[in-house]
Design a protein around this ligand. Structure first.
Ligand code: SF4
Length: 355
């Protein structure tokens, strides 16, 4: 299950690597191909944005890495590798490679990783916080499960992490129930709970969508601050490209269950390569733009998840499609710049069979 991967970090400085991941939902209506060959690199200690229209597989990717794909979904192909530092030997740390796809999703190994090394916060905290337990009990549960300490020490850590999450009066809030807090305070409590065991990767699934803009700005600042202080990686799932530009170091653009482009944030915004990324950027307003050109929505709609599309999944909506190629084969991933990859026949002639 685990093997030693080398010196202090992996050669690529990654904390998670996802390769050719397929997740299908087997329902009475047919098979929904939620992920159809996702390949994604998550660098250690950086913020990775995952963007795309609704239904492109952003949340399922995060849930798959956490091994929390709900029934009737199943990982059918691909691998998820977690790189974690273990004890130091002769001044060097050992990096262990754990293939998460090999693990029983209910088993003890993934349970020890989930919460401690991989944590997640969701869009609506009320659906994730238990209304019958105090905020303190819920944070302490994670601490007591993953760290060896007494209840009193766990309570002290809960107060401390709430204070770091910017919660006013943390000593009082630990004894409060979720319904007694405002939306912003509940999201801070969720962040505190997720960070209580200092994870290496935090998945944040649209964490500010339900908040007003002032609270959203405070929560984004807080997450950036905590990320820098704790050195963890954040995977920020959003459809808001403005938030991505503000928060992220690197961006993965998803379309219909695949990552079609991944790049550092500047090349992605100033020199996008994939026709879908370009179309996404043309469809949002730009502050300071002097032209009176209308925003251009992306032509067509995201196809039905039960439909099988031959070739490049974007070809029915793409202005650059090459008949006889784009509608037959899936383009392979090509390197087009430093840490910049794209899946499109404009940059390669290599293709793959349909997943
Ligand atoms: Fe468009 Fe073809 Fe590129 Fe797909 S592979 S994005 S259809 S040009």
């Amino acid at each position: 299950m685990a093997k030693q991967a080398g010196s202090s970090t992996t050669p690529e400085g990654l904390v998670v690597r996802v390769r050719d991941l397929h997740v299908y939902f087997f329902t009475d209506l047919g098979v929904s191909r939620a992920l159809n060959g996702v390949s994604l690199d998550i660098p250690a200690g950086k913020v990775t944005g995952v963007v795309g229209e609704s239904g492109c597989g952003k949340s399922v990717t995060a849930l798959s890495i956490m091994r929390l794909v709900p029934h009737p979904g199943r990982i059918t192909k691909g691998e998820i590798l977690l790189y974690r530092e273990r004890e130091k030997q002769n001044g060097h740390s050992i990096v262990e490679e754990v293939n998460l796809t090999d693990l029983d999703p209910q088993g003890p190994v993934i349970r020890s990783i989930r919460g401690a090394e991989l944590a997640m916060i969701f869009q609506e905290p009320m659906t994730s916080l238990n209304p019958s337990y105090t905020i303190g009990d819920q944070i302490m549960e994670a601490i007591l499960l993953h760290q060896q300490c007494t209840r009193k020490e766990a309570e002290e850590r809960a107060v401390d992490i709430l204070a770091r999450a910017g919660m006013p009066n943390p000593q009082t809030v630990v004894r409060r129930y979720p319904h007694e807090l405002s939306g912003g305070m509940r999201q801070r409590a969720m962040i505190a709970m997720a960070l209580s065991c200092t994870p290496s990767v935090l998945f944040a699934d649209e964490p500010t969508t339900a908040l007003d803009v002032t609270t959203e700005a405070q929560i984004l600042d807080l997450m950036r601050e905590l990320q820098a202080a704790m050195g963890m990686a954040i995977v920020f799932i959003t459809h808001n490209l403005g938030v991505v530009a503000q928060m992220c170091d690197t961006v993965a653009v998803m379309y219909l269950g695949r990552v079609v482009e991944q790049a550092p944030v500047e090349p992605l915004f100033y020199d996008p390569q994939h026709p879908y990324t370009r179309a996404l950027l043309r469809s949002i307003p730009h502050v300071g733009s002097r032209t009176k050109a209308r925003l251009q929505p992306i032509r067509g709609v995201v196809p039905d998840p039960y439909a099988t599309i031959e070739g490049c999944p974007f070809h029915p909506r793409c202005d650059y499609r090459k008949p006889g190629l784009c509608d037959v084969r899936v383009p392979a991933t090509t390197q087009v710049g430093e840490n910049h990859t794209v899946r499109c026949f404009l940059y390669t002639e290599q293709g793959e069979d349909n997943g």
